[in-house]
Design a protein around this ligand. Sequence first.
Ligand code: ADP
Ligand code: MG
Ligand code: ZN
Length: 442
Amino acid sequence: MTTTLKQALKTHFGFDNFRSKVQEDVVKVVVKGDRDVFVCMPTGAGKSLCYQLPAVMAEGITLVISPLIALIQDQVDHLRNLNIPACSINSKLPAAERRLILADLGSSSPKLKLLYITPEMVASPSFQPCLSGLCSRGLLSYLAVDEAHCVSQWGHDFRPDYLKLGELRGRLRGVPCLALTATAPKNVQEDIVQSLGLRSPQTFVTPVFRSNLHYDVIFRELLPNPYVHLHAFVQEALALDSGSNQQGCGIVYCRTREGCETVAHQLTKLGVLAKPYHAGLRAGDRTEVQNEWMQGKVLVIVATISFGMGVDKANVRFVAHWNFAKSLASYYQESGRAGRDGLPSSCRTYYSPRDKEQLNFLIRKEVARRQEKRGCAKETDKSAITDFDAMVSFCAQEACRHATISKFFGDKTPDCAGSCDFCRDPKAVRAQLEKAAVLSTT
Ligand code: ADP
Ligand code: MG
Ligand code: ZN
């Protein structure tokens, strides 16, 4: 069986080998088709292939749920380039194209292999006949739920529409379901399994530790000129002085639109072309900036967190957070966009206690607002605050940054081996904290 799997991998995707033993194991279990499967592997581990390869090998159609139309578009384009019949039904699709797709799905032997839809679409009345038709004719091979953490209110990226998937799963009896996510602490994992109604799923969870990522924290307020500091970091991370032709690129995350504009402007002024990306730009401009960055014409993108989910770029050499992330889970995910190719990469947070206080205030206000609306407190409220506090500890503790992350996700303490500022130079980390403490009392 292994040889035929490998052959299929080569034929359809052009890969000689599985990316990892886990990827191969997942594919084997999915192909067997007698169990639900839960996969939690870091960004870039190649989760999509875990359902795409079984999908092309199966008789019928694989239904893939993904949260964003942009993400779906990338995947569909990618599959089509590989000559794999894939498409998406979504609210933006012209009526004529939609009719074509529905006609194919209604035919006795549909050509389509992968059908991508957003969770809103799942519930749309217009789609129901098609879905039940496929199901009753036994043409659904798999249900794959990508970015499955979106189903959990404990998670950092909850989407109410994902809750409809439990019901969908219930209707598709006998269709094996595959849930995939990159970030899920234990409680979120359990929530996913429960919300999607997975039946004793086979679970593949790889540890969160990634040894090629170097984490550090810089107190922004202690810097004479933070922009110059950031610029030096960018230069080093991209090895701009070394004359290396292996050009990487990077992401700077800011909380606000204005922040993006300012940082991009300052970096460019200092000599590194950087462009802002945020919801205040026109959609066309946003796409253009993203493309320029993907193609390496712009080395640094300065973005709000609306940028990055599903962005598949291997040579991101750094991710810098100019502002504090709202939780350790989201920080892990955002910073984890660095170093997907496995090469050394830097993840830096520019920490500012004032910035933190602002966010602290916002988060608690939001939680209070939700409670008031609901009339009661919920466990999930606490989780937003716990997760935020974990991010504070990450920045303000004298401890290995990798260890803090692993502990948060319920993993064993990893062997950092100098891949964070604390393990490299604990004294410097302490000195910085002491200086900051002095500053805050004056
Ligand atoms: P994830 O969803 O886990 O973040 P993706 O599915 O987007 O990861 O895959 C990341 C990258 O890895 C993609 O460019 C994909 O083509 C590539 N990839 C996946 N499987 C393999 C493989 N077996 N060999 C080489 N590259 C692979
Ligand atoms: Mg993915
Ligand atoms: Zn460490």
